[in-house]
Design a protein around this ligand. Sequence first.
Ligand SMILES: [Zn+2]
Length: 436
Amino acid sequence: MHRTPAWARVGPPRAPAGPRRRLGRLLPAVLALALALGACQPGSDSSTSSNGNDNTPKTLVLPQSSGNVTVLAPEPATVDFARLTVNIPEEAQSIGLTLVGSRTSYKFIDHGQLLLPEAYITGPDGNAPLAFAMIDQDGNGSEEPYAAVLYDVETVSVFFPNDGSNAPLPEGTYSFPIGAFDSTLTLIPDELQPIVYYKVAPTAQETLRLNIFVVSGVSSGITDAASAGNDPEILGAIGVLEHVFETQARLNLAVTVRFIDDSRFLIIDTFDEQDLLLKSYPDPATSDAMNIFVVGQLAHLDLALQGDVVGFAAQITGPFNLHGTIMSGTLAEYQNDEDMEVPNPGTVLGYILAHEFGHFLGLYHTSQTDPATGKIAGHDPIDDTAECPNGTMDLPTCDDRFNLMFPFVNEDPTPPITDMQGTVIRLNPAVSEPAP
Ligand SMILES: [Zn+2]
């Protein structure tokens, strides 16, 4: 297999500096949010429905709940730390939660240890079998559950199972510790909008709906949506996406190529610019497709991560079908830089798009290095993916180096994923049957 001699780094998700440690000053009080939700019937086509009881919050069925995914959106509530409880019926195969709040606080979904020992996400059988990440916090090279909080500014999401298992989830009540803290690690009240998704087995083939937004200026031949859609590099990239998501993950892939005529976004210089891009398109949201943005350069990430970063996923996992947030999408660089000496730019672009979208759909790197030491710090929670040996990453010894979710790009037009990685992708609530 031919590869580019200089492997380009694919950036990790943004991790805010600071709060990834024990929050000693956080108050241990747990507020009862009591957002007990009734279960909706999958496939309901009504825009809103009540639980049949005026005292319980309404559940809102969003457009993308057609097919085999149901969306429960209780009213926003102002809390600093609370438990969100949800009733999930027996046919559920996966559950997702997105928390949306203000830009000025960190939203968190707790799963033990960081806030309170008992603050786990729980299901009917006890602590939920989550696998957020397998990043080894103490750097000893052994795998261990992340067992901490997920958090980010404005928006944070989780779904499970994401370890490649696909056993049905136990029916009953699931409880999520959620809240917000500020940059001093102190719990603060914030208005949080929780959105809960559960997914049942599909009856028809599911569809991954994607918008590829191409920014003006990445190539002289791209001047509008039509020329972007006919661009050889974009077409080559779509071919790689088809191999990953249709041939291997066994989904329908529905791609719409769109054009952004705003040269501010050709070179992303700051996280503020990135945030503006991700939250601004499409405006208005015209479908529940998820978004990929092709820009000229990710200059802000090259600086922040001290390397040539060619792609970026706003979060692992991204918000499900949710537009208008600063986490609503992934970014990639158009590969026409002659200095990169990329022989097949469309293939490389497609590889980057597929890798970043794998993150957005819940896949971690097969092997993750600690940027401070260069040593292997952990692996994904998926059993059938190969791994690098412990210690300093040495590429020839990494049996996972050709997997799509290895942290370096190559130019393989048919990058492999494993069966269990495909299962994670298919269980993501953002992937569903098309609307009837
Ligand atoms: Zn990556």
